[in-house]
Design a protein around this ligand. Structure first.
Ligand SMILES: [Zn+2]
Length: 55
């Protein structure tokens, strides 16, 4: 099913067995998008992972 990237507005295919909470990558801009819901498909920019694990 088609989804629209909230970052670059391009449409791309999301697997129909995806689930809310899954992170998908936009093929257009490489943004990481979190699936909010599947019917209809709603996407949001995924939060940046905390990579500040320190020393
Ligand atoms: Zn995009």
């Amino acid at each position: 099913m088609n989804a629209q990237c909230v970052s670059c507005d391009s449409e791309f295919e999301v697997r129909t067995d995806s689930y809310p909470g899954e992170i998908v990558g936009c093929p257009g801009c490489n943004a990481e998008l979190e699936i909010l819901s599947m019917t209809p498909v709603e996407l949001a920019i995924a939060p940046e992972p905390e990579e500040d694990w320190g020393e």
